[in-house]
Design a protein around this ligand. Structure first.
Ligand code: FRU
Length: 463
């Protein structure tokens, strides 16, 4: 077999041997999770954009399937979403057959296109075999504004208004454009959303997600709509990144009175969107990379991973205000160790993913060093806590060769005012490191190209 690859994660999705960017068409359908993704089927750098495809029963192990929508000389297939048209309102299904899956994607027409050169418009493809094969709609594109930067359609069902909604961006205008439809083929313009505080880069890959407090069993609690929006550059932690805004959505217009919050405190979570077809808490994942350096990550021939999936919920913070929490979906059976067990002990094996759990002080400084490779070496990833500056993940010294030197540190996570402790759950899956803080109040995703097979854990507490 191929040489063991110290960078290739086990439970974070990666393409087999080619380039990947955004997650696309995330849908849970007939018990299977479908993950489509921006893919160059011909190489390890961005280009020839198409939709790659994989499926999973457990969100942890993925089966690769053939490219679902392939680029041509005249059209690249940019990001978008998939929904189940259960009532066959589009008429693109087989009558009486449970309704088609519909893919909404951006037709990024190349300069070679005869009638729409360099235009970006929204198109539809249908699958009547559960997502394996796709047929493009003859009336494409279904939505064309004559724009060169109109993209990333995310389609969702809005129950109260009994309409389908499509959220899109005018990327260079920093505008969301929302549309509604009853048949998923004709789209009516509903509203434009802008936000003066998200102005550092083009807007991409929007999603509107309905989040709730409490569990289903506890009954209906409070709910809110979250706008998830990626920008490049101008991301919260530098380079490209993803913001969230809590607000309301009436089926036509999204309104908010809050300030944008980072979805993730690290550099490596972009174009995050949610799965369609999920009944309980929304499940979202992002591209675990950053356009600032994505084409230079030291992996071959595959390039890029997805973040772990995260479930989204609403909680009340110390002041009673709603905050978004994200729990990492860590696969069952992942080896979990506690800091007490492993700090100062022998190196841990990194062939399989590892979760490190610990409870650390919120009111005094500490420093958790993950030393890759040689226990006497200095390939260190450092998570540190400080009562004034918060919890920070620093990968500046953790790479075998210089990497992302301009983006070494995460944004800080600041525990709620009254808290004495901060709960840390840190997943190391070879080059993919993700930290969940205080059960999802903060998350940090960072790639770390240490290139080694073992890790020592050192903890310094200041007491
Ligand atoms: C975001 C993005 C999208 C576009 C796709 C092209 O990373 O730029 O806006 O649809 O990637 O690959």
């Amino acid at each position: 077999g191929p040489a063991p690859d110290p960078h290739r994660p086990r439970v974070h999705f990666t393409p087999e041997s080619t380039w990947m960017n955004d997650p696309n068409g995330l849908v849970l359908h007939e018990g299977r999770w479908h993950l489509f993704f921006q893919n160059n089927p011909l190489g390890s750098t961005p280009g020839n954009l198409s939709w790659g495809h994989a499926v999973s029963d457990d969100l942890a192990s993925w089966t690769h399937l053939p490219v679902a929508l392939r680029f041509s000389e005249e059209e690249w297939i940019f990001s978008g979403s998939v929904v189940h048209d259960a009532e066959n309102r589009s008429g693109l299904g087989i009558p009486g057959d449970g309704g088609p899956l519909l893919a909404f994607y951006t037709s990024a027409y190349t300069p070679a296109h005869p009638t729409l050169p360099s235009i970006q418009a929204q198109s539809v493809a249908a699958s009547t075999d559960g997502g394996t094969t796709w047929t493009r709609f003859s009336g494409n594109p279904v939505l064309d504004r004559g724009s060169r930067d109109f993209r990333d359609p995310k389609v969702l069902w809005h129950a109260e208004s009994a309409r389908w909604v499509m959220v899109t961006v005018e990327a260079e205008e920093y505008e969301l454009h929302l549309y509604t439809s009853e048949d998923l083929l004709t789209w009516e313009h509903a509203s434009v959303f802008t936000h003066p505080e998200i102005d550092g880069g083009i807007w991409e890959c929007p999603d509107l997600v309905h989040v709730r407090t409490g569990t289903e069993a506890e009954g209906a609690g409070a709910s809110a709509w979250v706008l998830v929006l990626s920008t490049n550059p101008g991301g919260p932690a530098g380079g490209s990144g993803t913001y969230t805004l809590l607000g309301d959505f009436d089926g036509r217009t999204f309104t908010t009175h809050s300030s944008p919050q980072p979805l993730d405190l690290g550099q490596d979570c972009y174009a995050a969107v949610s799965f369609s077809g999920v009944q309980g808490d929304p499940v979202l994942l992002g591209w675990m990379n950053n356009w600032a350096y994505a084409a230079q990550t030291p992996t071959a021939p595959w390039r890029s991973a997805m973040t772990l999936p995260r479930t989204l919920q609403l909680e009340a913070d110390g002041a009673g205000d709603p905050v978004l929490v994200q729990r990492l979906v860590v696969p069952d059976g992942t080896r979990t160790v506690t800091l007490e067990e492993v700090a100062g002990g022998p190196p841990l094996d990194l062939a399989q993913p590892l979760r490190l759990h610990g409870v650390l002080p919120a009111r005094s400084p500490w420093r958790l060093t993950l030393r890759f490779g040689d226990p006497e070496g200095d390939l260190d990833l450092v998570l540190s806590g400080d009562p004034t500056s918060g919890v920070v993940l620093d990968r500046g010294a953790a790479h075998e060769a210089p990497f992302a030197v301009e983006h070494p540190r995460s944004l800080p996570y600041v525990p709620a005012g009254g808290d004495d402790e901060v709960i840390v759950d840190l997943v190391v899956d070879r080059s993919c490191v993700e930290v969940e803080l205080d059960r999802g109040r903060g998350t940090i995703s960072q790639q770390v190209f240490h290139g080694t097979w073992q890790m020592s854990v050192l903890l310094q507490l200041d007491d």
